[in-house]
Structures are given as C-alpha cells and as structure tokens.
Design a protein around this ligand. Structure first.
Ligand code: GLY
Length: 357
C-alpha cells in the first residue's frame, strides 16, 4: 500500500496504468490545492493542515484496506478535507464577489465511467457526498444550485446554514481582493492571490478499480454563478480503467483544454513500458503525461516549430499553459503571459503512477 500526499503542491493528481497489473497494491493520492505554499502558513496552521491531510489519508486507507472500492476511499478522504477549515473546499471555502460560499464538486468511477457532480451549492456540508448521490441515485451526472440542494434534501444529505462555511481568513481575503479590484490592481496583495486550494483524491483499489474526486469553493472574488473545472467531468476530474486525475489550479484553463480527460487519453495510449533517451525510468515517461497535454493541442510545438503554433490553439487559451508546462519549448518567439505564481504551481506538479506508462 502506497500512501502519498501531494499536500499543498499539486497541479494535477494523477494515477495511471495500474489497472493492468495482476494484483494491484492499493494506492491513494490526495492534494490540498495548488497555490498554497508552506511558507504561507504559521507553524500552527501547518500542523493543522498536516493533521487534516494525515486524517484524510488514514480514512481513505482504511476503506481500501477493508477491500472497499476506490470510490469509497476518494469520498472518505475528500470528506475529511471538506470538513477542515484549512482548505478551500467545504468549510473554509473562499468567498464569491457578493460574499457567499459557492461550492463545486465531482467524482468519477473509472471502472464503470459513472460520474456525479454538483455546482454552486450553498448549504450542502459535504458537496462530494452530494456528487456521489447524483451519480448513484439519479439518472443524471450534474446538478446545480437550488435543484442540487432540493436533491440533497430528498437524499437526506446533511445541509447546514451557509454561515457554517465562513472563516475569517477567507473573508479578509475577499475584502482585500475587492479593494484591489476597485484600485485596478487585482491580486496586488499576495494574500488575496491565494484563491486556489481545491482538494482532491485519486485511488486504486485491490480489484484494480480507479476513482477520482475533487471539491472546491472556486476562486476568491469569483462572480456569482461562476463554475470552475472541479465539477466538470473531463476538466478537473476524470477516471477510466487506466487513469485517474484530480486537478487544482485556475479552472478556466482546465476547462478550455479538458485537461483531466486529455491526460487520461494520453495515459491510455502509452500502455507499454517504454524508455525515452535521457530518461531514467518508465515512470519518468508517465510523469511527462501532463507535459504531453500541451503538444496534443499544438502538434507543432511538439516538433519545436514554434512559429507555426495554430491560431485555434492560441484562441483556446492553451498557449499560456503549453509553454508553462513545457519550459524547454520556450524561446523568444513564444512568450508566455506572465503569471509567476501559477508557474510556481506548475513546477510543483505532483504525479504518482505505476510503472508501465
Ligand atoms: N480549480 C478550482 C477552480 O478553478 O474553481
């Protein structure tokens, strides 16, 4: 059993390829969101974050060791992180422009391709549990807003007063963001730039089934009704028989590139062990799956013919992500829009995968 936490770093948490092994060793990977760094925490906050991450791993681990499906491990781990005010999910979610907490979540069962998602809910204590109920007890994949909350009531999913989600730290982040916006300097203050912090988990169970789940409050100062990548199957969450992904970062970019599905599609096409010149192990090849997302949209980039990046690709917003993900492709002729904070998150990509991709 491998337990790994991407702690506060991950861009995308991914597990791929393990389903082909004869008797897979259960695997659980969690993340507590990109854009949150250790130096941002006081010693006490770091202790609290570590305790919550450890508890999330413990709960997920218990499920896997009891022979339960990967889906149970993902749900258990994410529920713990939603309950902890440290993370931008459930209690502790960031605030919208108009001072509300609007929560998004999804999960996917790689073995059956069943999926459930909810977006824009205000009263559901654990949105991941509602996403699971959508998957298991409705014919639908996604429910939003009031309808999702009516469904929560029907399903007896715990609902709370919206004030439950409020934390002073997140409220102050919103106040700073609003002031900066009025001054025309969005995110001038590093504190308010901490609008990430989504949580997620991917798991592999003893039967070789993979699952992925993600939960978030979105981004500080997001406009009412904005939905990010986390509840969108294929963007922030995806799982199939070979691959499971939970993303964290700036959702609009994940949506434009359908990042989670794209990574899985790439994983599924490299099912044999292979080595690349200069790479030490086959798992290194798998690690580059995320980088491969970029050339998939811009094939010319893969061949380093940077001047011929297709216009459609740039329009899709992928140029920015592509060059951040593939720094070796950067030249004077391809300038990445500046966003060093996001670049830092990308550098901290955390991927765990088995050895045959
Ligand atoms: N990745 C979370 C969001 O953008 O909402």
């Amino acid at each position: 059993m491998k337990l790994t936490s991407a702690v506060l770093l991950g861009l995308a948490t991914l597990s791929c390829g393990a389903a082909a092994a004869a008797a897979p060793s259960p695997l659980l990977v969690i993340h507590g969101g990109a854009g949150v760094e250790r130096k941002d925490f006081s010693a006490e906050e770091e202790r609290a974050a570590r305790a919550a991450l450890t508890e999330a791993l413990r709960k997920g681990h218990e499920a896997l060791m009891a022979g339960k499906p990967a889906l149970d491990a993902v749900t258990a781990a994410i529920t713990v992180l939603e309950d902890d005010p440290t993370f931008n999910a459930g209690r502790g979610a960031v605030f919208t422009h108009d001072g509300k907490n609007e929560l998004d979540s999804s999960l996917m069962d790689g073995a059956t391709l069943r999926a459930g998602a909810v977006a824009g809910v205000h009263t559901v204590k654990n949105p991941i549990l509602l996403a699971r109920a959508v998957m298991e007890h409705s014919p639908h994949v996604m429910m939003v807003g009031e309808g999702a909350e009516m469904f929560a009531a029907e399903q007896k999913i715990e609902q709370v007063d919206p004030s439950y989600f409020r934390t002073e730290k997140r409220w102050q982040q919103l106040q700073r963001a609003l002031k900066e916006e009025v001054a025309g300097q969005p995110h001038a203050d590093l504190e308010t730039a901490k609008h990430f912090g989504t949580v997620g988990a991917v798991a592999l169970d003893r039967e070789g089934r993979l699952a992925a789940g993600t939960s978030t409050g979105g981004m500080t100062n997001k406009r009412y009704g904005r939905v990010g990548d986390s509840p969108i199957i294929g963007a922030g969450t995806y799982a199939n028989a070979q691959c499971a992904v939970s993303g964290t970062g700036w959702g609009e970019y994940y949506i434009r590139l359908a990042v989670a599905h794209e990574i899985c599609a790439r994983c599924s096409t490299c099912r044999r062990p292979r080595r690349r010149p200069g790479r030490k192990s086959s798992s290194s090849a798998c690690r580059s799956s995320v980088e491969m997302v970029a050339p998939s949209c811009c094939p010319q980039m893969g061949r380093r013919r940077l001047r011929s990046i297709p216009k459609a690709c740039i329009a899709a917003g992928s140029e920015w992500m592509a060059c951040r993900m593939s720094p070796s492709l950067r030249t004077k002729s391809l300038r990445c829009p500046a966003n060093d904070r996001y670049a830092a998150a990308v550098r901290n990509i955390f991927i765990e995968c088995e050895d045959f991709c």
